[in-house]
Design a protein around this ligand. Structure first.
Ligand code: SF4
Ligand code: SF4
Length: 371
């Protein structure tokens, strides 16, 4: 009898364990499927990547401010290390550095991190569309939430008529042409004078000071642009950003594009309704537009399987899921910047003593870039 009881008891335990095991397996499956569902929502991953880069940029901003304050206060405040990544905000200097590199083979040591970052985003646009704008750029990120806020409040965003939209969109290309033309016409000697001159050496501090001691005019311009972005999707990016124009031009050559399968498409127009660049996705087979930021918003709402995908050609059987796109983007960024750090192409050659000297003379005529 005792043995029988023990047997029943043991069986109960194993049964309960089985149930427990089955339950935990169910829970695991539920958790896993939730994760898979979450991963499939490409916009969640995009938000994660955008937030990560925004936090990184805010952290760099504070570090750099602490670095400059230390010299401004003659060592009375806490000392911070200068984050070389701030050079990513000096694209004109980087473009000049790249031309100088091709002319002379000399890798400009004043803002090397700026050049490395510029080249990463340059190559990325060439191979995988304007992912920088849709997944990394903090201005694009903030701009996106401004128009989403506008849509929530006013229940709509405004779309400019074609006769106004097209000439306005060309503005960013005109601004880009102005800079590119100015750099193209510079000789190696001119480039060297600029790159090694005092203005470029301290350009990162000048840029910081522009925001720290912003003028009434500068602040008004930023506020007007922010207000316009509440009503019109990505106003700055769509009409004025020369960096976006440059990446958009390169992205025309990218083999990877949003591709629609007309055989399975039901013409529901969901894709078009969510596109922040106002592209008529449901009418295209491949999105060639320079305005496509590879944000994958259209992919995330398409209800039909295997219809709207990132593909390298119309006929390509395999597609690239947005989460793979995100992994490649982040991995490329980490690998290239890590390699640059490891090989000595990251830290600036400008010495702390120079910062100490120039930070007290920011208004000096020697730092006038038009000289
Ligand atoms: S076409 Fe799709 S991926 Fe391109 S910008 Fe529009 S929504 Fe984003
Ligand atoms: S959301 Fe998908 S099914 Fe609907 S129109 Fe766009 S591509 Fe076609």
């Amino acid at each position: 009898m005792e043995g029988e009881n023990l047997y029943v008891f043991r069986n109960d335990i194993s049964f309960s364990m089985l149930i427990l095991h089955a339950d935990s397996k169910k829970m695991m499956n539920k958790r896993e499927s939730k994760l898979i569902l979450w991963m499939n929502k490409s916009q969640n991953i995009r938000l994660l990547v955008q937030t990560g880069f925004l936090i990184l940029i805010i952290w760099m901003g504070f570090q750099f401010y602490g670095f400059v304050r230390y010299f401004e206060s003659d060592g009375l405040t806490e000392q911070f290390r200068r984050p070389p990544g701030v050079e990513g905000f000096l694209p004109i200097s980087s473009l000049m550095g790249i031309k100088y590199f091709f002319l002379t083979g000399d890798f400009n040591p004043i803002h090397p991190a700026g050049m490395v970052l510029f080249m990463v985003f340059f190559l990325f646009a060439l191979l995988m569309k304007k992912g920088f704008c849709g997944w990394i750029c903090p201005v694009g990120f903030l701009s996106e939430y401004l128009w989403k806020f506008g849509k929530k409040i006013f229940k709509r965003n405004f779309v400019l008529p074609v006769w106004l939209d097209i000439p306005l969109r060309s503005l960013k290309y005109l601004i880009l042409l102005f800079f590119v033309w100015a750099i193209i016409t510079m000789s190696a000697e001119d480039l060297k004078n600029f790159l090694y001159g005092p203005y470029n050496r301290i350009a990162d501090v000048k840029m910081l000071m522009f925001f720290v001691h912003i003028s009434a005019f500068g602040l008004t311009v930023i506020l007007v642009l922010a207000l316009l972005s509440v009503f019109i999707k990505n106003f700055w990016c769509r009409y004025l950003c020369p960096y976006g124009a440059f990446l958009g031009f390169l992205s025309l050559f990218s083999p990877l594009k949003v591709t629609r399968n007309p055989e399975t498409c039901t013409d529901c127009k969901e894709c078009t309704s969510v596109c922040p660049s106002n592209i008529k996705v449901h009418t295209k087979l491949r999105i060639h537009s320079d305005e496509c930021m590879a944000c994958a918003a259209c992919l995330s709402v398409c209800p039909e399987e295997d219809t709207l995908k990132f593909r390298v050609s119309k006929k390509a059987k395999k597609s690239i899921p947005p989460w793979v796109y995100a992994v490649v983007l982040v991995a490329a960024f980490i690998i290239v910047t890590g390699f640059a750090m490891f090989t000595g192409y990251w830290d600036s050659a400008v010495q702390p003593e120079e910062y100490q000297h120039w930070i007290h003379q920011l208004d000096s005529p020697e730092l006038d870039h038009l000289r």
